[in-house]
Write a protein that binds this ligand. Structure first.
Ligand code: IPM
Ligand code: MN
Length: 348
């Protein structure tokens, strides 16, 4: 199509600030020769909840389904009880829009400092992508608490793993590995303890792997994976893992690749049945909200992922190149949020 119809959810804290810079860069890369970008802003998050008690009304969810993609800033605020917005806005979006591939690249760009001694631990660089399952696992809310608040309290949080859900994300991860030069896929799980789910994941990787004979596979328990992420991250190419392990290891991945301010993500519905949603991995950072201190780079990179997902490969590559050029020269002096957005937009 010649239009890009984007739903925008700025959300809480620094969300609106970083999203504004993402949209600035989107406008700049699209330029005058199209496609024509239309944006529709949706007010979701703490403000709406305080004002109306609503999190994600059905009518809003239905409207969101009509857009080509969603750009999200961050959801979560200390004035709202923990879990209300996460379970009320962000996770319902991921679940209802079948974002079963939560794609989180980790790449150390030239000029970016890693807390690791990269020359030693990753002389060939850090460049991998985590395919985090996005709709199942311990995130589904299958749990409860008995005798709450008593000394006999029991709380459960059951991890749900379906063959259907595991197979579709594993197949996606294999396809991504197949398309990369190294063609390597690591399953991260904990099958020595989580035997039921772990064996389902392992068997699925073995079976789906038969369809991808060129892809070499490896397995690591999640605890060991954290060691290798810190001591030998160059070994990873594509990682596939469940929702909670993926949440945890992508924060480590962000940390070793220059920090959470640079970590982009896509919540992807590969079939395109529903719009995919792109967001920085970081949260709403209420402590620095409204001060122009947030780094919008992760959101800008998420815009690049959005363009790539919609098949606008050349524009995605231009965003990536503009970000890379900015990173190569930015140094360590802090720049206000909009200045980073201006600098990247100016390179387009
Ligand atoms: C993330 C966040 C979310 C998650 C929270 C806010 C629900 O940490 O996107 O990584 O756990 O998925
Ligand atoms: Mn997280």
């Amino acid at each position: 199509t010649q239009t890009l119809d984007i739903a925008v959810i700025g959300g809480d804290g620094i969300g609106p600030e970083v999203v504004a810079q993402g949209l600035k860069v989107l406008d700049a890369v699209v330029g005058s020769d199209g496609p024509k970008v239309t944006t529709t802003h949706y007010d979701l998050g703490a403000r709406r909840w305080h004002a109306t008690g609503e999190t994600l009304p059905d009518s809003v969810l239905e409207e969101l389904k009509g857009h080509d993609a969603i750009l999200l800033g961050a959801i979560g605020d200390p004035t709202v009880p923990s879990g209300v917005l996460e379970r009320g806005v962000l996770l319902p979006l991921r679940f209802a829009l079948e974002h079963y591939v939560n794609l989180r690249p980790a790449r150390l760009y030239p000029g970016v400092e890693s807390p690791l001694a990269v020359e030693r631990v990753a002389p060939n660089g850090i460049d991998f992508v985590v395919v985090r399952e996005g709709t199942e696992g311990p995130y589904v809310g299958n749990g409860g608490s008995l005798r709450t608040g008593t000394t006999n309290e029991i709380a459960t949080e059951v991890s749900v793993n379906t063959r259907f859900g595991v197979e579709r994300v594993v197949r996606d991860a294999f396809a991504r590995a197949q398309a990369r030069p190294r063609k390597h896929l690591t399953l991260v799980h904990k099958h020595n303890v989580l035997t039921h789910a772990g064996h389902l994941w392992r068997r699925t990787v073995d079976e789906v792997g038969a369809e991808f004979p060129e892809v070499e596979t490896a397995y690591q328990h999640v605890d060991a994976a954290t060691i290798f992420l810190a001591t030998d991250p160059g070994r990873f190419d594509v990682i596939v893992t469940d929702n909670l392990f993926g949440d945890i290891i992508t924060d480590i991945a962000a940390a070793i690749a220059g920090g959470i301010g640079l970590a982009a993500s896509g919540n992807i519905n590969p079939e395109g049945r529903y719009p995919s949603m792109f967001e920085p991995v970081h949260g709403s950072a209420p402590d620095i909200a409204g001060q122009a201190k947030a780094d919008p780079t992760a959101t800008i990179m998420s815009v690049g992922m959005l363009l790539a997902h919609l098949g606008r490969t050349a524009q995605a590559e231009r965003v990536e190149a503009a970000v890379a050029a900015d990173l190569a020269e930015r140094g360590t002096a802090p720049r206000p949020t909009h200045v980073v957005g201006d600098a990247i937009a100016a390179r387009l």
